[in-house]
Design a protein around this ligand. Structure first.
Ligand code: NAG
Ligand code: NAG
Length: 414
């Protein structure tokens, strides 16, 4: 750890890294966003293999330019020689790293090792940055999950053998907004330590300049988890005839995983936080603009008068309050009503016997009693009345032969 900390330190001085307020000095709503952070920082990492877990094992590193160095021990039980995945996102100095078992222990294509970081909430990812303790692998991939429940989808493949390893052509630039390319740009064997691999989610991607209006790209940069999938090591080609020492010199090791990102709030929050009583690393947006939800992805219950939308640089797209005449606590958006009247909020569960999209009238078979202004049941007698709906004074329409306000009496007996 941690080149990004330094970058972020200076970055904090630049406004681009800061969060943006959701209201301007005059109180007008504007697009806003949480601060730019390293979303990997201090986060827990799951690895499908870590060296020394079945007892101490030996590995034999190379110097940067290929000198064999003395062999060392990895022991998951020893604080001094363990290399757990947490060491890719920690703050320890000198540099600490995660390490896998060696080729001698069976880590070899097609055995794949995955390292997974779960953000437990959507983030807008700007870049990832990996720093290997070894040479950069010959083939590896970055995957993401868009939402917690979605499948893993590829973000990018890095390989000197794109076709044979991943079945994809080698490419420098994507041709569509959400194409995961395979690049051979970072697959050199040298240097044998400290190789860095940056990946920018938007860089040179079609549509990046109209991001606000590009839902495909907006989804592309969204990730709630990131996975690094290590497929094939870089070697000198001596793994098939070299001895044990050669096989012990081949393993995966990563010293730093950084993820430059903002907590995703769809332009409606300048901060994410952990609600009381939640796991300490499960955040939600502090939603503004009358929005709600973990990612401010919907309107507050009483604010569905027009469709929810992301904030853009030209409009905050605040959610609008519904008119329910104080007779309801929530409304739902009704497209048809919106097109007919310009107000789409249909009030839900109108109180006090009111009804209508805005609770603006009495329910059927009720009337507005003038003495107290309340919607009151007509209570028309079903036998004696033509209809159960009374008039504005509460008088029911009686069938011939019936009379009275509620038509309960037969005329003959009256
Ligand atoms: C890292 O996370 C742990 C809990 O997982 C927390 O106790 C610690 O304060 C965090 N360290 C930093 C530097 O944020
Ligand atoms: C590694 O990740 C890939 C991509 O998500 C997945 O297909 C594979 O099953 C994973 N392998 C292991 C060992 O977890």
């Amino acid at each position: 750890m941690n080149s990004l900390s330094i970058l972020l330190y200076f970055g904090c001085l630049a406004t681009i890294f800061q969060g943006q307020d959701c209201y301007d000095d005059q109180g007008n709503a504007q697009m806003c966003s949480p601060p730019f952070v390293n979303a990997a920082f201090n986060r827990s990492v799951q690895a499908t293999n870590t060296c020394g877990q079945a007892g101490p094992t030996e590995f034999c590193p190379f110097s940067r330019w290929g000198q064999p160095l003395p062999c060392q021990v990895c022991d998951a039980q020893s604080p001094r020689t363990r290399h757990p995945p947490q060491m890719t996102t920690d703050t320890e100095f000198p540099r600490t790293w995660w390490q896998s078992d060696t080729m001698l222990d069976g880590i070899r294509y097609p055995v794949v090792i995955n390292l997974t970081l779960d953000f437990k909430k959507a983030y807008d990812i700007t870049y990832t940055n990996l720093r290997f303790q070894t040479a950069i692998p010959e083939s590896f991939a970055i995957y993401k999950k868009t939402t917690e429940s979605s499948d893993w989808t590829p973000y990018q493949f890095f390989s000197a053998s794109c076709r044979s390893t991943y079945g994809k052509p080698g490419r420098r630039f994507p041709t569509t907004a959400d194409e995961a390319i395979c690049t051979n740009q970072y697959s050199d064997l040298f240097p044998l330590t400290g190789g860095r691999v940056p990946f920018s989610t938007l860089g040179s991607r079609p549509g990046a300049f109209s991001f606000d209006n590009n839902p495909v790209l907006q989804e592309w940069v969204t990730a709630s988890a990131i996975r690094i999938s290590l497929t094939r090591m870089n070697t000198f080609g001596d793994e098939d005839f070299g001895g044990d020492t050669v096989l012990k010199s081949y393993y995966y090791a990563i010293s730093d995983i950084s993820v430059g990102a903002r907590c995703k709030c769809n332009g409606h929050a300048s901060e994410c936080y952990t609600p009381d009583g939640q796991e300490s690393d499960r955040e939600v947006c502090r939603c503004q603009h009358n929005t709600a939800g973990v990612d401010c992805e919907k309107c507050l219950p009483m604010y569905n008068d027009k469709p929810w939308a992301r904030a853009t640089s030209s409009s905050a797209n605040q959610c609008q309050r519904c008119e329910c005449n104080n007779k309801a606590d929530s409304c739902s958006f009704d497209q048809d009503l919106y097109q007919r009247t310009g107000r789409g909020g249909r009030c839900v569960d109108c109180r006090d016997n009111t009804d209508g999209p805005h609770c603006e009238r009495c329910k059927d078979n009720h009337y507005l009693r003038s003495s107290d202004g309340r919607c009151t049941p007509c209570d028309c007698d079903p036998v004696g009345s033509d209809t159960l709906q009374c008039d504005g004074t509460g008088q029911c329409q009686c069938k011939s032969g019936y009379t009275g306000e509620k038509c309960t009496r037969s005329s003959s007996t009256s």
